[in-house]
Structures are given as structure tokens and as C-alpha cells.
Design a protein around this ligand. Sequence first.
Ligand code: ATP
Length: 267
Amino acid sequence: MNLPSILSPERILEHCRPAAQAVTVKVVDETGSTNADLLASLPELTTPMLLVARQQTAGRGRAGRSWLSEAGKSLTFSLAWRFNLPVQSLVGLPLAVGVAIAEALAMFQVSVRLKWPNDVLYQGRKLAGVLIESASAGHVPHEASWAVIGIGINMAVNEQMAAQIGRPVASISWLADLDQDMLMATLLNALSDALVQFEHEGMDAFTQRWNTLHAYTGQPVVILDHGQALHEGMAVGVDRIGRFLLDTAYGRVAVMAGDVSLRAKEN
Ligand code: ATP
């Protein structure tokens, strides 16, 4: 068996289409958090930047949660992207990113589903997580913004890590046998195309695509706020601004992303 390549900026860019060619690509052996590194470099960035870490030791999730990964067994990277949009226009961005990841994985015949707001599920379990952190940019803070889009994809999860996560986890081990530069470039191409489209068309370009990929359409779900059930109902999908819709006993409710979590309801 050929050993998979171990990620190089030149080889990643060789596989990239025009929208992604403008991205500066950097690969490091190890870092704490690719999101933290890119957020710290934002003041110096003049082009979009992809930072790939062969190993990430302090990966972050939403609200201070952590994302676990292991060298050679996960793909961990962040993409810093500048939008000519104010920060508040980026609320639907995690959904557009989920669509891009799903469409990239579909090129490898991997069929995933999306869990609102920011998870990618494979066979009902979490395969990938997305964390987006954003900042205003430019002299006029309202006209432009940077988003740092962190993504972790499981290729293998050992027992110890699964126990530490304590929730159902998915992995696809043969992804680690693919040419990693080509896999990374496929993701970067899909993301770059999606981000350009998001800037021009906003959520309009993604609502229907997201709903087609939705994991829980028509299923009972619970929205949790700090562990407390906020709403229970039948999952509908997302609306044109990226809010999650569910039909409850008191009518249709639209939920904004904040720090709420969605769970399939156990019967
Ligand atoms: P929720 O499901 O409550 O909405 P979340 O999915 O938004 O939470 P994130 O902040 O996106 O959570 O991701 C962090 C969470 O993901 C951790 O708290 C842990 O439960 C889980 N997790 C951490 N590492 C992994 C991993 N490698 N694979 C799958 N899940 C993981």
C-alpha cells in the first residue's frame, strides 16, 4: 500500500481551483489550536489563509468545549476568510460551511447529514465539527469582517478518545489512506466556492441545500439551553436566515444559534 502524502502547501494548491488559489496555505506539525493561531494573525493577514495542523493539542469547540484529535487520525485545519460584509451578516455561515463539507465528502462517496447549527454526522454520529470565530475588519468596523473557520474531521478515533468524548462519534478510517493533499484541496475548493457564494448571495444559496442534508427532518428533537430543555418538537429545518425551525405544541418556533444545542429526542 502507498503511504498517503503528509500534507504540503504546494501539493494542496496544485489541486486547487481558482477561488482557492488565492488562499495562502500553511502546514504545521503541531499547534494548540489552529483557530487561536489564525485569530492571533488576523491583524497581519492580507489574503485568506489556510492553516493545517498535523496535530492539534488544544482544539476548541463552541462555548469553551474542546475538540479532540490525534496526529494522522484526524484532519484539523482553520481557514481565515475576509468578507465584505459586517459581522452580523455571518450568522448563517456555519450552515454554509456544513453544506460545503458535505458536498466535498460526497465527492468521495461519503454521505453525511447535518445537525444544526454546526455538526456533520455520519451514520447518525458526529464525524466533523465546525467552530467559527469572527472579527470586524478594516477602518470602518461595520463594512468588513474576518471569519476563522475551524474544522476537525475524524478519520480514526481510538477507544480512549471515544471514552473521553463520551458521546457517539463517527470516523472513516479509509480517509486517512487517501492522498491527504488532494482531500484537503477538495475541502478547500468546496469551502472557497461556498464562501464566495455566501458573500454574494447569503443564506439564500444554502437554505435549500442545508435542508436536503438535514439529519432530523420530521423527527422529534429537543433544544437545550445549558442542559435545560428550551423547546421540544418536530424538526422542520432552517429558514432563510439560518434559524432552526421546529413545530411545537405551541406552534412553530425559530431558534437562533447562540449557545443552544440540539438533540434527537429519545423515546
Ligand atoms: P452540541 O452538540 O451540544 O451542539 P456542539 O456539537 O456544538 O455541541 P461543539 O462545540 O461543536 O459542540 O464541539 C465540541 C464537542 O464535540 C465536545 O464537547 C465533545 O462532546 C464533542 N467532541 C470533541 N471531540 C470530538 C471528536 N473528535 N469527534 C466527535 N465529537 C467530538
